[in-house]
Design a protein. Structure first.
Length: 114
């Protein structure tokens, strides 16, 4: 009788163990599905964030190029104005221009010697 009782208990225990295994397998499959769904969501959000960042970077790059072109244009205009003013000043006061050039050359020679 002990062996009959033991084998009956083993079968009911195996049945319960089988139920537990089925439940665990179902939970694992459910977790796999949830992980796959989360992976898709993360991938989609990452792609959106990347696209948005790329768009913002392109807009910032275009703005930077435009600012650089404006700055270059301003510098060219300033250089042209300065050159015109120097030319006009030299024409108006040639002796003062020669004296100024000599003074600048003398200062540079003094600095180079030190």
């Amino acid at each position: 009788m002990a062996s009959l009782f033991h084998s009956a208990r083993g079968r009911s225990g195996n049945g319960t163990l089988h139920d537990i295994e089925s439940t665990i397998e179902d939970q694992i499959e459910s977790l796999r599905d949830e992980i796959a769904t989360l992976t898709k969501l993360v991938s989609k959000n990452t792609r959106r964030y990347g696209d948005r960042s790329r768009y913002q970077a392109a807009a910032g790059y275009d703005e930077l190029i435009a600012r650089g072109e404006d700055l270059l244009r301003d510098l060219q205009e300033g250089y042209t104005r300065g050159a015109t003013e120097v030319r006009d000043t030299v024409r108006s006061h040639p002796v003062a221009a020669i004296g100024t050039a000599a003074a600048v050359a003398l200062v540079l020679a003094f600095l180079v010697r030190r």
